[in-house]
Design a protein around this ligand. Structure first.
Ligand SMILES: Cc1ncc(COP(=O)(O)O)c(C=O)c1O
Length: 377
């Protein structure tokens, strides 16, 4: 237990979220604000407007909808609201989050098709064109921007060009990339893009948000398969009187509003991406020097999160490695790659290369404690 007499330092979260947030963002939550308070309604209006700016989505063509719950709630809201009863979804899969999209479509009884590229390959836009030519019943296409399973970044702008040329709607799960990977949503021909409060904007968990093209959003009217995840009704409520249909995460929104201010002060998405890229370069170089191998080749590796293979050493035990790093104040993340033993180190959140170097020293000390010598360390 911490009380005011025991100072403590939070562990640094090298994870894909929840992640380390700034003191200012944490402080911004320390208020009680009623959900119908005009200050809160104004804050929500500002947040929605600033998210459109970050997406480079013109305000007369796109709308921002905030949905309570984690990122998956936003994804399920879009899938279950956008695709009509006679529609068909093509899912482009190269990791666990792509597979989850397919599961959501299955639960809602949505007709679906998928292309699985394996976890070591990016989505191939040419294959999307061929799939659309082969199956004219497909009405919607969905891809993951940064597949957090490995850290691979898919070229959503190239896929968007193909879906637009074929007059299909394009849905993007940009959970771990939005705000940390520059993207012009209009130029990329994206109809719905989803992210959440606790990723590259560096807020705390509590909600997801969706940037939707007005025409695509209008089509959602009457299509929802659930009450709470009805994207159109949620948008309509927010537009009508600025209020949520159900209790909003007021504190998470206050924190997020401050986090957006800090993103602006940092220099916007480009500057944030540059900081994350430096974190990534520092960790990758340092881990290689210690004898670790990244799962992906450099050409495919994005700057959001990196998967490292378990070292081939009899004394390496991930649970022990994780616990020892945790005790030193550094939280890494288990792997999600299906056919390789990996762990992950995230590069997003309120941290810089000093933190990355501290993590690397802790990894070095941990290997010594475990009696592990890798070629390189
Ligand atoms: C690409 C991607 N999609 C979906 C999710 C799910 O988000 P949540 O756990 O907030 O529901 C994540 C979480 O890390 C993610 O990285």
């Amino acid at each position: 237990m911490h009380n005011q007499l025991t100072p403590w330092k939070d562990k640094i979260l090298f994870t894909p979220g929840p992640l380390t947030t700034s003191p200012g963002t944490k402080q911004a939550m320390l208020r009680d604000l009623g959900s119908r308070d005009t200050a809160f309604i104004q804050l929500v209006r500002n947040v929605r407007s600033r998210l459109l700016e970050i997406a480079e989505a013109p305000k007369d063509e796109y709308a921002c909808v905030i949905m309570q719950g984690s990122g998956t709630f936003g994804i399920e809201a879009v899938i279950s609201s956008a695709i009509p009863q006679d529609g068909k979804l093509l899912v482009l899969i190269n990791g666990a989050y792509g597979r989850r999209i397919l599961s959501i479509a299955a639960i809602h009884g949505i007709a679906r098709e998928s292309i699985d590229y394996g976890e070591e390959k990016p989505v191939d836009p040419a294959s999307v064109r061929q799939a659309l030519e082969r199956d004219p019943a497909i009405t919607h296409v969905m891809a993951v921007h940064c597949e957090t399973t490995t850290g691979i970044i898919n070229d959503v702008a190239a896929i968007g060009g193909i879906t637009r040329a074929a007059s299909k709607r394009f849905l993007v799960d940009s959970m771990s990339a939005f705000g940390g990977v520059p993207l012009n949503v209009k130029k990329a021909n994206i109809d719905f893009i989803i992210s959440s409060s606790n990723k590259c904007i560096e807020g705390v968990p509590g909600f997801s948000f969706i940037i939707a093209h007005n025409e695509a959003l209008a089509e959602c009217k009457g299509r929802a398969r659930t009450l709470v995840l009805d994207l159109y009704a949620q948008w309509e409520g927010l537009e009508k009187d600025g209020q949520f249909r159900f209790t909003p995460p007021t504190h998470a929104l206050m924190a997020f509003s401050h986090a957006l201010l800090e993103l602006e002060q940092e220099g916007g998405v480009q500057a944030r991406a540059a900081r994350y890229a430096k974190n990534h370069d520092c960790v990758l170089r340092g881990m290689r020097d210690l004898g670790f191998t990244a799962f992906l080749p450099d050409a495919l590796q994005g700057h959001i999160i990196t998967s490292f293979c378990y070292p081939n050493h009899p004394r390496f035990d991930f649970a022990d490695f994780y616990a020892r790093l945790n005790a030193k104040g550094y939280v890494i993340y288990p792997g999600k790659v299906s056919n390789a033993a990996c762990f992950r180190i995230g590069h997003i959140g309120r941290m810089d290369t000093n933190d990355a170097r501290d993590l690397l020293s802790a990894v070095r000390d941990t290997l010594v404690e475990m009696g592990i010598t890798l070629s390189g360390s």
